[in-house]
Design a protein around this ligand. Structure first.
Ligand SMILES: Nc1ncnc2c1ncn2[C@@H]1O[C@H](COP(=O)(O)OP(=O)(O)OP(=O)(O)O)[C@@H](O)[C@H]1O
Ligand SMILES: [Mg+2]
Length: 248
């Protein structure tokens, strides 16, 4: 069952001061089924964050149409964007609002991101890896109908990034969360997503989709992920090369 339908024809940013108007996205059309994990890959600056902001409903100014599932939509931003002068628990409480079982849900979400003791810690005291976990907990504590993740693993060292990838995979699978993950890292997309959308360079348009042929167990096996990554890298290159031969 389709839960998200994206039909963006174009997104332009208006001119600001001496900076000219800029087209950030070309045609991007896809749908996501409930419980599916879809990745969006594309080069830096191609419009991935812009696209997630459109999907989140944060930016209504575009040509096209988006049908979203009912709220809440969870969004893990490219930067963790926590309130630094508040505790971790307060950061979660803030998005949860006045629900009767808030404290239980906060404790459970923090346990799920493997930070069971972080509730009283001020957000400004967290390492980047911890802040990303808290941002993830904040996005899932609302039980989102759709989870948007924007490069949630960048700037982390390799072992920390890998642990967090496995944690996210575990969470998405366990709760059958419908997720849209933005990354510039195809291997990461292969490990986490069932389907990969390939965007062109700026202004990003959808070049095509790749199906990831990995059973759940194989996603935790680096050699299997490597093999599938190699196969899909060739497929992604073919999409990019085919597009280069056509007028935009
Ligand atoms: N508010 C804005 N006003 C004008 N231009 C913008 C604005 N936000 C983004 N852009 C431009 O739109 C283009 C796409 O930006 P966006 O941040 O979506 O790319 P991205 O694919 O997420 O990049 P990265 O991989 O570096 O995160 C860029 O050229 C950027 O400069
Ligand atoms: Mg971005």
């Amino acid at each position: 069952m389709t839960t998200l339908l994206v039909d963006v024809r174009a997104k332009r940013f208006p001119p600001v001061g001496s900076a000219p108007a800029r087209q950030a996205l070309g045609p991007v059309r896809f749908s996501v089924r409930r419980g599916e994990r879809v990745a969006i890959v594309g080069p830096s600056g191609c419009g991935k964050t812009t696209l997630l902001n459109l999907v989140a409903g944060l930016d209504p100014d575009f040509e096209g149409r988006i049908e979203r599932p009912a709220p809440p939509i969870g969004y893990v931003f490219q930067e963790p964007r926590l309130l630094p002068w508040r505790t971790v628990a307060d950061n979660l409480r803030f998005v949860l609002g006045d629900v009767p079982d808030a404290e239980t849900r906060i404790a459970r979400a923090l346990a799920e991101v493997e930070l069971p003791d972080a509730a009283p810690v001020y957000a400004s005291r967290l390492s980047l890896g911890m802040a990303r976990r808290v941002a993830l907990a904040r996005a899932i504590v609302v039980r989102p109908s759709l989870l948007l993740l924007d490069e949630p693993f960048v700037s982390l060292d390799q072992p920390t990034g890998e642990r967090l990838r496995l944690l996210v995979l575990e969470l998405l699978e366990k709760h059958a969360i419908t997720a849209l993950l933005v990354t510039h890292d195809l291997r990461e997309a292969v490990m986490l997503a069932e389907r990969i959308l390939v965007l062109s360079a700026s202004p990003g348009r959808l070049l095509g989709e790749l199906e990831v042929a990995l059973e759940p167990g194989a996603r935790r096996d680096p050699a299997s992920v490597d093999a599938e990554h190699l196969r899909l890298r060739a497929a992604a290159r073919a999409l990019v090369e085919a597009a280069a031969e056509l007028p935009a």
